[in-house]
Design a protein around this ligand. Structure first.
Ligand code: URA
Length: 244
């Protein structure tokens, strides 16, 4: 059981300072289980609590785990330089969870501005660290569109390992499947900077389009449109950890 005052619940979920949260409640903007509650100190069991703030439905999450279908033309940075930030695609409450300066959700790793597909975000530092750690080798599947027709030699080189300019140790694709003359499906278990683009360049080809379709055993759902996000379910979290 996690018993919390309503204003604390709102505060923990990113609706502003404690004072702002108390104000929202006292002004009648918050309803719990369909009934408006104007007592900011009223206590509720927070776990699985459903509430509305100004008519928008929310569910209490102790920690935030979510997926975003990253569209092209967005940077995975809080302070983007040339394109809008992916964080602008999330509601303010999700961005501001927890209050302080370093609060809110963070992307688990980064995708390039022009890369699309599955991106995970969380405010659970341990989860972010575990997922980003090179020791964990969570497989990530990329659908790659190439400039030049792919040949068998290039596929064999990607599978055998190529040396990139920042590390003498070769990096290899865990799987590499030809899906068409200009299409590859590639699985990587590390997450080096621009890794797919650099590996493809190292075998003499060029990436024209890049889409991440899967992390671990979790696919990007067909019904999650570019720019849309949703909370991860317990099952989704288990799928990420599971081997494909
Ligand atoms: N590899 C890349 O080159 N870019 C990405 O965005 C992800 C993987």
């Amino acid at each position: 059981m996690v018993i919390m005052q309503l204003q604390e619940i709102l505060f923990s979920q990113g609706f502003g300072t404690r004072r702002i949260c108390a104000g929202l409640i006292q002004q009648g903007f918050v309803a719990v289980a369909g009934a408006t509650c104007t007592d900011s100190a009223m206590e509720f069991e927070a776990k699985d609590l459903h509430f509305t703030v100004q008519g928008v439905a929310w569910e209490y999450h102790e920690k935030a785990y979510l997926m975003l279908h990253k569209p092209a033309g967005y940077e995975c940075s809080q302070k983007p330089s040339s394109y809008p930030s992916i964080y602008t695609l999330l509601p303010a409450a999700v961005r501001q969870r927890g209050g302080g300066a370093a609060a809110g959700v963070q992307a688990v790793g980064r995708l390039d501005q022009d890369t699309t597909g599955l991106l995970l975000l969380s405010d659970d530092g341990k989860f972010i660290h575990r997922m980003s750690s090179p020791r964990h080798h969570v497989p990530k599947v990329y659908e790659v569109t190439l400039k030049h027709a792919v040949d068998e030699k290039q596929i064999q080189k990607l599978l055998a390992g190529v040396v990139l300019d920042d590390d003498p140790k070769p990096v290899r694709a865990a799987t590499c499947e030809k899906m068409g003359d200009l299409q590859l499906s590639l699985t990587l278990t590390e997450g080096k900077y621009h890794q797919v683009k650099r590996m493809i360049a190292a075998v003499g080809n060029r990436v024209e389009g890049l889409h991440r379709s899967r992390i671990g055993n979790l696919p990007l759902p067909d019904d999650l449109k570019p720019g849309a996000w949703r909370w991860l379910t317990t099952q989704d979290l288990a799928s990420i950890a599971a081997a494909p």
